[in-house]
Design a protein around this ligand. Structure first.
Ligand SMILES: N[C@@H](CCC(=O)N[C@@H](CS)C(=O)NCC(=O)O)C(=O)O
Length: 275
C-alpha cells in the first residue's frame, strides 16, 4: 500500500493524463520521487512487535524486515512469565507471543493481532506485499501458511520437547513426532521439486516455514534426505531481510542460553493448565 499522499499524487497524474489539456502551455506535473513523497507524507507510526527470539517470533520479524514497515520491539520474556501479564493477555489471550499492535490499523485506529498466521496475513494486506490479492494465488499462500501453523510448527515443537526437556525418556512419543516431522519435510520436498517457493512466488508462507525448517538435525532429520528443502533453505536464507529477521532480538538471550538448563523457565512453560 502506498502512503496516502503518494497515492493521491499518483491518482492526480492519472486524471491529468485522461483529461487531455486543451492548451499546450500547461507545465507537466513533476514526476513523484522518493524525496518529494517522503517530505509530504507524515511518518508512519511504528508497529509494536511483542516478541521473544523463538521461531514463531522470527516469522514476524522477517516479514517486518521484508516490508520495511517501521516497528519497535516489545520483549516478552516467556521464560519469566511475562506472557501472563494482564496487559499482554489483553492483546494475546492465548498467552503466546508473537503479537502486534498497529497504531494505524483499519480506519486509522489501533488494532492488536495475535497468532503468527493472522499477523502475517494482516501485514501482507497492509503492505500489499508477499500476500497476493488474486484468489488463486492467495489460496495457495494460505494453504501453505496453514500447513505451517497447524502442522510443521506444532509437530517440530513436540520433537524439541520430547528430545530435550522430558525428565524420563519417552521413546514412543519422541519417535511419533520425529516421524511426523519427517513426513512433513517429505511433503515440502515434493512441493519444492517443481517450484522455488511454497506458493510459487516468495510469500508469507515461506516466511512462516523458514524458522521452523532450519536446523533439521535438531528435529531428528537429515537434511540431505530432502534436497529441495535444502536448496530452498539456502535460497530463502540468502535474503538480507531474512538474515536480519532471524537475528532480531539476539541480544535478549545470551549466545549460550539453553532452555534445558533454565529450571525456572521450564516450570513456567511446561505443564500449563487452565487457570
Ligand atoms: N500458534 C501460535 C504459537 C505461538 C507460540 O507457541 N509461542 C510460544 C513461543 S514459540 C510462546 O509464546 N510460549 C509461551 C508459553 O508457552 O507460555 C502462533 O503461531 O503464534
Amino acid at each position: 500500500m502506498l502512503p496516502p499522499l503518494a497515492w493521491a499524487y499518483g491518482a492526480g497524474v492519472m486524471i491529468a493524463a485522461m483529461a487531455k489539456p486543451k492548451t499546450k502551455s500547461k507545465p507537466p506535473l513533476p514526476k513523484p520521487t522518493a524525496r518529494n513523497v517522503r517530505k509530504t507524507s507524515p511518518p508512519a507510526k511504528p508497529i509494536s512487535l511483542y516478541f521473544w527470539p523463538t521461531p514463531n517470533g522470527k516469522k514476524i520479524a522477517i516479514m517486518l524486515e521484508e516490508t520495511g514497515l517501521p516497528y519497535v520491539l516489545q520483549p516478552v520474556n516467556i521464560g519469566r512469565g511475562e506472557q501472563f501479564k494482564p496487559e499482554f493477555l489483553a492483546i494475546s489471550p492465548n498467552n503466546r507471543m508473537p503479537a502486534i499492535v498497529d497504531p494505524e490499523g483499519p480506519g486509522g485506529k489501533p488494532i492488536s493481532v495475535f497468532e503468527s498466521g493472522a499477523i502475517l496475513q494482516y501485514l501482507g494486506r497492509k503492505s500489499g506485499r508477499f500476500y497476493p490479492v488474486a484468489d488463486r494465488a492467495r489460496v495457495a499462500v494460505e494453504e501453505w501458511l496453514y500447513w505451517q501453523v497447524g502442522g510443521l510448527g506444532p509437530m517440530a515443537g513436540q520433537v524439541h520437547h520430547f528430545r530435550n526437556y522430558v525428565t524420563e525418556p519417552q521413546p514412543y512419543a519422541t519417535q511419533r513426532y520425529i516421524n511426523e516431522v519427517n513426513r512433513l519435510y517429505g511433503v515440502m520436498d515434493r512441493r519444492l521439486g517443481s517450484r522455488d517457493y511454497l506458493a510459487g512466488s516468495y510469500s508469507i508462507a515461506d516466511m512462516a516455514a523458514f524458522p521452523w525448517a532450519v536446523g533439521a538435525e535438531s528435529k531428528g532429520q537429515n537434511i540431505d534426505d530432502f534436497p529441495n528443502v535444502k536448496a530452498w533453505i539456502e535460497r530463502v536464507g540468502r535474503r538480507s531481510a531474512v538474515i536480519r529477521g532471524m537475528h532480531v532480538g539476539a541480544e535478549l538471550r545470551s549466545a549460550t542460553y539453553s532452555l534445558r538448563d533454565d529450571e525456572e523457565a521450564k516450570k513456567i512453560l511446561f505443564g500449563q493448565r487452565s487457570r
